[in-house]
Every structure is written in structure tokens, then in C-alpha cells.
Design a binder for this molecule. Structure first.
Ligand code: IPM
Ligand code: MG
Length: 359
């Protein structure tokens, strides 16, 4: 059966990096029999400019009908003055909510070739392989009430709500334990149970879920300590599971351990394993249009798509090996460059990975 992939390049470097991922998909189709077709749609600021909304109905329809979604990035300074409801980010958050993509998998793996690109000492990060599981459709990102208002004293107020019901915690808990079972069987649940009732419930439910996974060792850590431990001794972690905003923050932090946020893919899955796949970085307005962005996170997101949504481990492995081979050959975009490597632009990096695929 032909797999349908909805492609949403979005804003900024989104279009540049997605173009490279599409090149890789085409090679897999032509040379390795991958049965897929792609269709593009608008999201984010690009959608707002063309249609007046960052999340057009046609885009939602296409994504609902597709087997998987590949997304570039959304946002940029141009749209910052807009009301929240019209910001590019609403497109991405709307998609996560509408498709119920509650499970966000963010692997942070350090390629041995990039040890020198990390700002941390080689002995701290070499061999790093962590999986951060971020709850993606609840927590403070979506809790009600939220908003801004002027209070009785004429002062402006802003407020958001950290809210979880236990079923939301339980379902991400199951994903986390099952992920840990396929890895080193250690799960660290990150919360702020010393201060926030909502995450006290989070901890309680994680402990309840753990009873069904006696082979996985569960530990708990406060989020402030977790941030510190990630830069102090990151290799202590195998799988981490946490609330939406904590996961947003910790995954950027983990990204830097690997040398560059330009290396990290992600999968956002619904309860049936259907998903959206995107690099964890943003639209990078500062380097947009220069042809220098690193396409690897997006290309590795395609590998995650093949693995998680299409059950195609063979082609997923092919992509991951080709990325390794391109790095071995010395190709480096600016974000991961170091002495003696070949300074490579976005499309040249895509070409290097394709050459390795075909080799
Ligand atoms: C991410 C991003 C998004 C988020 C933004 C672009 C809305 O930072 O995927 O980590 O905050 O979830
Ligand atoms: Mg983020």
C-alpha cells in the first residue's frame, strides 16, 4: 500500500531542510522500493500570509488523511506582533492537539564524529544515548484557564494553568515504560512534586503504572535537578518522561550535549502510532535563506517516521547509516563544524547523505 506523507515545510529554514528530506525520500523510492507519495500543505506563518490563519482547515484535512506528517519548523519575528491565536506556533500546537499526538519522543544521541562539536567535555558526553519522552498535548501548554486581563486595580495580569488528569499521565507513562523496556530498562520521571500539586499527581500515577513494568527501574527527579544533572552527568539517564513544558526545556538542553540542536529528530505519536515527525529545532530566522542550515535533524526525522509509523526498519537503518557515513567523510554544516572538516551547505549535506545511501 502506498504510504501518504503530508509535508508541511512551514517557515524560515523549514523549507530548506524539508527539501533535503524530500530528496532522501525520493532516493528511497527510486532505489529501494519505498512505496510512498508526498503532498505539501501550508502551516505557520506561511499559512497565515497565504490564508489568514496559521492552521488552515485544508492542512488539517490533509494531515488527518495522511499516514504520517513531516514538518519543518514554524515561526519568525515577522509574525511576533500577531495575536496569540494567529501566531505560527498555534498551527503546530493545533496540529498536535487535533491529531492527539500526546507522545513526543526526542532521542539525544551523540555521534562519535561530533564529540568535538559539543560544548561539554568529551568524557561527559561521549557515548551519550538518551530518550526524552515529552507529554505533548496537555500540561501548562493547553491548561485552562489561560489568558491576559486587567485586574480591578488596573494592573495587567497573565495566567496559565498546569493541568493533567490521571488518564493523560497514565497513557504517556505506558509509552515511557514500554520505550524503556526496549532500551536499558531505566526510566526517570521528572516532576516538581515538591511544589506543584499537578506533578505530585504525576509522580503518584507513574508509580502506579510502574507496577505493570517490574522489569523497568523507575526513579524520580525534580526538574531543576534534572536540568543540572543533564549537563553534569548526562549518561546517568536512559529514558526520561516529563510534562509538556519541562520536556520542551529539557530537550533543548539535551540537544546541546550532542553538539547541535540541528542533529535532533523527533516523533510525535498518537495512540495508534500514527505521527508527525519534525526536527526539534525552530525556524532559525537568523540563518534563513543562506543555505547553511543543518538538514540532518529533518532527515533523521524521516528515519523515525519509517521506523515508528511505517514499520520499515530497513530503510530507517539505511538513512541513519548514510548520515553516519556523511559525517565520517567529514561533511559538516556550520553548526557542527570543527577544525579539519569540510564546510558544507544545506543542500550539499543532503547530497552527501544521498551519495552515501547510493554507495
Ligand atoms: C518544540 C518547539 C515548540 C514547542 C514551539 C515552536 C511551539 O519549541 O517543538 O520544542 O514549544 O513545543
Ligand atoms: Mg522547544
Amino acid at each position: 500500500m502506498t504510504m501518504k506523507i503530508a509535508v508541511l515545510p512551514g517557515d524560515g529554514i523549514g523549507t530548506e531542510i524539508v527539501a533535503e528530506a524530500i530528496k532522501v525520500l525520493h532516493v528511497l523510492r527510486e532505489d529501494f522500493g519505498l512505496d510512498m507519495e508526498t503532498e505539501e500543505a501550508l502551516i505557520g506563518g506561511a499559512a497565515y500570509d497565504a490564508t489568514g490563519t496559521p492552521f488552515p482547515e485544508a492542512t488539517l484535512k490533509l494531515c488527518q488523511a495522511a499516514d504520517a506528517v513531516l514538518l519543518g519548523a514554524v515561526g519568525g519575528p515577522k509574525w511576533e506582533p500577531l495575536d496569540y491565536s494567529l501566531r505560527p506556533e498555534r498551527g503546530l500546537l493545533g496540529l498536535r492537539a487535533e491529531l492527539e499526538l500526546f507522545a513526543n519522543l526526542r532521542p539525544a544521541i551523540l555521534y562519535p564524529q561530533l564529540v568535538a562539536a559539543s560544548t561539554l567535555k568529551a568524557e561527559v558526553v561521549s557515548g551519550l544515548d538518551i530518550m526524552i519522552i515529552r507529554e505533548l498535548t496537555g500540561g501548562i501548554y493547553f491548561g485552562q484557564p489561560r489568558g491576559r486581563r486587567v485586574n480591578a486595580d488596573g494592573e495587567r495580569e497573565g495566567f496559565n494553568t498546569l493541568y493533567y488528569k490521571e488518564s493523560e499521565i497514565r497513557r504517556i507513562g505506558h509509552i515511557a515504560f514500554q520505550t524503556a523496556q526496549k532500551r536499558n530498562r531505566r526510566l526517570c520521571s521528572v516532576d516538581k512534586a515538591n511544589v506543584l500539586e499537578c506533578t505530585e499527581l504525576w509522580r503518584e500515577v507513574m508509580i502506579e503504572v510502574s507496577k505493570e513494568y517490574p522489569d523497568v527501574e523507575l526513579s524520580h527527579m525534580y526538574v531543576d535537578n534534572a536540568a543540572m544533572q543533564l549537563v553534569r552527568a548526562p549518561k546517568q539517564f536512559d529514558v526520561m518522561v516529563t510534562e509538556n513544558m519541562f520536556g520542551d526545556i529539557l530537550s533543548d538542553c539535551a540537544a546541546m550535549l550532542t553538539g547541535s540542536i540541528g542533529m535532533l529528530p523527533s516523533a510525535s505519536l498518537d495512540k495508534n502510532g500514527k505521527g508527525m515527525f519534525e526536527p526539534i529545532h525552530g525556524s532559525a530566522p537568523d540563518i534563513t535563506g543562506q543555505g547553511v542550515a543543518n538538514p540532518i535533524a529533518t532527515i533523521l526525522s524521516v528515519a523515525m517516521m519509517l521506523r515508528y509509523s511505517f514499520n520499515d526498519a530497513v530503510n530507517a537503518d539505511r538513512i541513519e547509516k548514510a548520515v553516519t557515513a556523511a559525517l565520517d567523510a567529514g561533511y559538516r554544516t556550520a553548526d557542527i563544524a570543527s577544525q579539519g572538516t569540510l564546510k558544507t551547505g544545506t543542500s550539499a549535506m543532503g547530497d552527501a547523505i544521498i551519495a552515501a545511501l547510493r554507495a
